[in-house]
Design a protein around this ligand. Structure first.
Ligand code: PGA
Length: 241
């Protein structure tokens, strides 16, 4: 694993956008695995800036997002589809039909998981997967558990995740408790993984995930087994390494 220390959040975002940008320049038909949450926001702003200056072209790029809340549709400002549209897709020239997020409104969980899994294979897998890490070590919504789940699945979110996500909702009772998430196989089969972490509250889990045992109780620890992982963190997030 390559560890890159950023001086601050802005520097982290620029470095992450440089790596994603290089991927898109080298392969204009790249399949990008994308993430939501607070951490990637700066990276997305940087990608938009590079598109606006003419340095990046997303016309032939495809994207496959990690996850979506069950019950939330694209028009719901809390949905991850809405997040991606508003924080990235609407501001660059990626074709809407080439952007993929699980369908939170699909009530047939088995069908939606199978559809998403097929879609990942039809796209030939992921060239570069961008990841954040949850306070409990989740990647996507692969929550700590007794095993690593390999395919796209529908999960019950843990109390810690519901608590962490409640900052985006009016109150706790509005936070969805279930989500669709890409499984570990598609993440681990990505040709490259770029994981970004910011802030002192991530320091403990970063150390556990990358220097502790590889165990499903810390889902991100599986990344230790991937041959091409780059971790970019600010000084606070990397402070315990
Ligand atoms: P965050 O979320 O970027 O909002 O900290 C990361 C995650 O839960 O994967």
């Amino acid at each position: 694993m390559r560890i890159i220390k950023a001086s601050d959040y802005n520097d982290l975002s620029r470095k992450a956008a440089n790596i994603i940008g290089a991927q898109v320049i080298q392969n204009p038909r790249s399949v990008l695995g994308l993430a939501t949450g607070s951490t990637p926001l700066g990276t997305y702003r940087q990608l938009i800036e590079r598109f606006e200056t003419g340095d990046l072209d997303f016309l032939d790029v495809s994207s496959i997002n990690l996850d979506e809340y069950v019950g939330l549709g694209p028009g719901d400002p809390q949905s991850y589809r809405y997040f991606m549209n508003h924080n990235l897709f609407m501001h660059i020239n990626i074709k809407p039909e080439n952007t993929h997020v699980p369908n939170g409104l699909e009530a047939n969980e088995k069908a939606e998981c199978a559809r998403y899994e097929n879609l990942i294979s039809q796209n030939g897998g992921i060239d570069l997967q961008l990841l954040g890490i949850g306070l409990n070590g989740h990647i996507g919504f692969n929550e700590p558990g007794a095993e690593f789940v390999s395919s796209t699945n529908c999960v019950a979110l843990t109390e810690s995740t519901i608590q962490a996500n409640s900052r985006f909702f009016a109150d706790m009772s509005c936070v969805p408790t279930r989500a669709y998430t890409m499984g570990m196989r598609a993440i681990m089969h990505a040709a490259r993984i770029l994981i970004i972490v910011s802030g002192a509250n991530k320091a403990r889990i970063v150390k556990e995930a990358f220097y502790g045992p590889v165990v499903p109780a810390v889902p991100a620890s599986i990344l230790q087994l991937h041959p091409n992982v780059t971790l970019i963190g600010d000084a606070e997030a990397l402070s315990l390494l």
